[in-house]
Design a protein around this ligand. Structure first.
Ligand SMILES: [Zn+2]
Length: 64
């Protein structure tokens, strides 16, 4: 199912089939970045195949 893209107005705005996750990170005292894969922020990606615009919305894993 396609929707109207909020960026370019074409009818090519779609919802990604699977949920995605953003990983959080922390800068450690030694300057290295520590990726926290146990605290994924769940999102659903919406994308436009015309202008490549991507939008992320929070998706509660317990409601899907
Ligand atoms: Zn677009």
């Amino acid at each position: 199912m396609a929707y109207t893209c909020p960026k370019c107005g074409n009818n090519t705005f779609r919802i990604n089939d699977k949920p995605s996750g953003l990983v959080s990170w922390e800068k450690k005292p030694d300057g290295n970045i520590d990726i926290k894969i146990d605290t994924i922020f769940p999102v659903r990606a919406y994308f436009c195949s015309s202008c490549k615009y991507v939008e992320l919305k929070y998706e509660n894993p317990n409601q899907s």
